[in-house]
Design a protein around this ligand. Structure first.
Ligand code: LLP
Length: 433
């Protein structure tokens, strides 16, 4: 039997052969059939997580809207599934917009972000009928206004502000502080931004946006954030602040000792914070919007790697090299992110050895797991890295000419390839020489 594991998807179990399985599919068999590195999503877990978000936010605020942050993973099959579950979606680029439109999201339910939206991106978004544009800075007000005027429309917009709250997460994924490239500062800029929008016949302000950061575990940040936003609404006039979008941020467990808040607790903390902050100032309570990325897809996905080499260095450590690395999972290298691998080939064996799991790239820093506790490894073993469903594939590259992995959805004992593995020809496909 496998010990209780909150980093693997909920359908994870161990087969009679001692292999790890997800969605009723033996992961060693999937690695044999589809090759490695392979990203496997537990379809049932993904659907259940989306449904839980919808339920939790509806319970916290009847008018709430759950907007999936597509940057976390924008594979078409996942986007279609999340659309079916009733989510709205946010995009931070023309490429993400293209993906969510291809997945069939209603344009009205798309939110466009970006701290440097190009004219093309804005025009494409308005042509598609995107519901809401989140304005990130002065320079884009005129850009969006011109595009809206040219089409004879009134574009719904929100203003993104930096509330000056330190969210206690890695500096690279903290965004709510004043020293940020994102959003308007509240020390004058945001007030002028709101005034400029209100003065436009082609822009309609509908609310405020503040994303504090990512991989948050501490719910106490929302009280002060809501206070800052309510003060701002009172200052500029609350009449058109119909919604407040508190961004994404709910953390996930990457290792067993991580203990993120439950979705319902996160939703309740945000809704309560808005209610008390706006209520205390005698303002109407705005509708709550949220933009989960990581917590929507992170735990549903795992990555399978095959061990190709084992190098013991006496008195120092033992390296185990796998067939992927920083090209398919950049988070350990970029943020010092930690992961806890499971040996898919012998999932019930005691993890009584320590290995450094490294990728195949020509960089000493290509370390996936610095100190992994695993059973004794042999070449050919399949290692499963849990909780890689968010910001894995979406941040993948072709470094060292490595094709990006295939993605498989597993459910009810059946696996279907939803993204085929990249080929060498794909990698050279854009070169015109
Ligand atoms: N909304 C906005 C405006 C955002 O900037 C982000 C994330 C989200 C929503 C979704 O946040 P989440 O729920 O996933 O925390 N690549 C990094 C994460 C970067 C997040 C950037 N913005 C990582 O792998 O940790």
């Amino acid at each position: 039997m496998m010990a209780a594991n909150q980093v693997l998807p909920s359908t994870a179990s161990v087969t009679a052969d001692g292999h790890l399985s997800i969605g009723g599919c033996d992961l060693v068999a999937l690695a044999d059939e589809f090759g490695t590195p392979l990203v496997v999503y537990d379809e049932q877990h993904l659907r259940a997580t989306a449904a839980e978000f919808v339920r939790a936010y509806a319970a916290a605020d009847r008018a709430a809207e759950v907007i999936y942050a597509s940057k976390a993973y924008f594979g078409l099959a996942a986007l279609q599934l999340l659309r079916e579950e009733g989510l709205s979606v946010d995009v931070a680029s023309g490429g993400e917009l293209y993906a969510v439109l291809a997945a069939g999201f209603a344009p009205k339910r798309i939110y466009l972000h970006g701290n440097n939206k190009t004219a093309h991106e804005v025009e494409d978004a308005l042509d598609a009928g995107v519901g809401t544009v989140i304005i990130d800075g002065f320079d884009e007000i005129a850009l969006i206004e011109r595009a809206a005027a040219g089409r004879g429309i009134v574009q719904r917009v929100m203003v993104r502000v930096t509330p000056g709250i330190d969210p206690a997460t890695h500096a690279a994924i903290a965004t709510g502080q004043v020293d940020s490239k994102f959003g308007f500062s509240l020390a004058g800029d945001a007030q002028r931004g709101v005034a400029a929008i209100r003065a436009s016949a082609h822009l309609q302000l509908v609310g405020l946006h503040a994303h504090l950061g990512s991989q948050l575990f501490d719910l106490s940040v929302f009280g002060p954030t809501a206070d800052v936003l309510a003060d701002f609404a009172a200052e500029v006039g609350p009449e058109d602040i119909e919604a407040v979008d508190l961004g994404g941020g709910l953390g996930v467990a990457y290792v067993q000792e991580h203990d993120p808040p439950a979705i319902a607790a996160f939703a309740a903390a945000q809704a309560d914070a808005l209610r008390s902050a706006f209520g205390a100032r005698g303002l109407a309570i705005p509708r709550l919007l949220c933009e989960p990325g990581r917590a929507m897809v992170g735990r549903s996905g795992v990555t399978l790697y095959r061990v190709g080499g084992i190098k013991p260095i006496p008195g120092i450590r033992t390296y185990a090299s796998v067939d992927g690395g920083m090209s398919d999972l950049l988070r350990p290298m970029l943020y010092g992110a930690v992961y806890e691998p499971v040996l898919a080939s012998r999932a019930a064996a005691a993890p009584d050895r320590t290995y450094r799991i490294v990728g195949k790239h020509c960089e000493s820093g290509d370390i996936l797991v610095a100190e992994a506790r695993l059973p004794e490894l042999v070449v050919g073993d399949v290692i499963c890295l849990p909780a890689t469903g968010a910001y894995g594939v979406s941040m993948a590259s072709n470094y060292n000419g490595q094709p990006r992995p295939a993605v498989v959805f597993a459910a009810g004992g059946t696996a279907r390839v939803v993204t085929r593995r990249e080929t060498y020809a794909d990698i050279l496909g854009r070169d015109l020489a």
